[in-house]
Design a protein around this ligand. Structure first.
Ligand code: PAF
Length: 285
């Protein structure tokens, strides 16, 4: 596996792959890899000849009070895992190369970033859209794979790709879960053991919502109430939001007719860790 740290070298690698007639996939990550990330590599490998995984803890998507400084950084372990999972090239640029002094350009995807995580993390999706556009420009992949756990991120990236005519296909890969249902996340490592024991309640609540929907309930408020009432049983997880929204405008809906996203974010009380999860009712992302 090739390891590249400079944006210029990354461009050269992509150009050479393209000239050799190889299709390229990109798996953008912030590292601290877990099985969820490795499954994104496997999804990419099904769609293209060679896969680039980027590892970059992107400062512009973290708020001033957020965990940028303590976000886990494990580049050596990550490169071993990525290589074993069939990654062709690991791209790990520096902050200075990505955001040189005097950096002034940002991408703002409007409206759909006002809800859910966007409402609670001001500027987060501006940072995500900006770095994803930069990575797409540097790597020029044919496809890019994102995890469905960050459903709003997938919707935002797809909107940016459509609106800016970017020549790339965005693929959403299913959320990978721990045996007890907790969605895999690099932030799970922040959890205290008591919090970890309670954390699967988020997926339990979403699964109950799915059952309610499958039994014929199509009033979004009733489904939301079921999720809220299950989460209320937790002592250590406090909901930041529970929403049932459509997957196009990301707006709350009344009656469920189209695929909808049932999404929840909780903050834990001992370590202040933010956990998100979702399921799509009546379709997929
Ligand atoms: O999902 C993530 O890890 C990040 O938001 C991403 C897409 C790599 C952009 O920094």
């Amino acid at each position: 596996m090739k390891i590249i740290h400079s944006c210029a070298e990354m461009r050269g690698y992509s150009l050479a792959a393209r000239r050799a007639g190889l299709s390229l996939g990109l798996v953008p990550t912030m590292g601290a890899l877990h099985d969820g990330h490795l499954s994104l590599l496997k999804t990419a490998a099904r769609h293209c000849d060679n896969t680039v995984m980027s590892i970059f803890v992107n400062p512009t998507q973290f708020g001033p009070q957020e965990d940028f400084d303590r976000y886990p950084r494990r580049i050596e372990r990550d490169s071993e895992l990525a290589e074993a999972a069939g990654c062709g090239c690991l791209f790990a640029p520096s902050v200075e190369d990505m955001y040189p002094e005097g950096y002034d350009t940002y991408v703002n995807v409007e409206n759909i970033t006002d809800a859910l995580c966007g409402a609670n993390r001001t500027g987060h999706f501006r940072g995500v859209a900006t770095v994803v556009l930069k990575l797409l420009n540097i790597v020029s992949p044919d496809i890019a794979v994102f995890g469905a756990k960050d459903a709003q991120q997938v919707i935002v990236v797809r909107r940016m790709v459509r609106d800016l005519h970017l020549p790339v296909l965005i693929i959403a890969a299913p959320t990978v879960r721990e045996p007890d249902g907790l969605a895999m996340s690099s932030r799970n490592s922040y959890l205290s053991s008591n919090e970890r024991a309670e954390a699967p309640i988020i997926y339990k609540a979403l699964t109950e919502a799915q059952k309610l929907y499958n039994s014929g309930e199509n009033i979004a408020e009733s489904i939301k109430n079921r999720i809220v009432s299950i989460l209320a049983q937790s002592r250590l997880l406090k909901p930041e939001y529970v929403e049932i929204v459509d997957t196009v405008r990301v707006k709350p809906i009344g009656k469920i007719k189209v695929p909808v996203l049932a999404a929840a974010a909780c903050r834990t009380t001992e370590t202040g860790t933010r956990l998100i999860d979702n399921i799509v009712l009546g379709g997929s992302l």
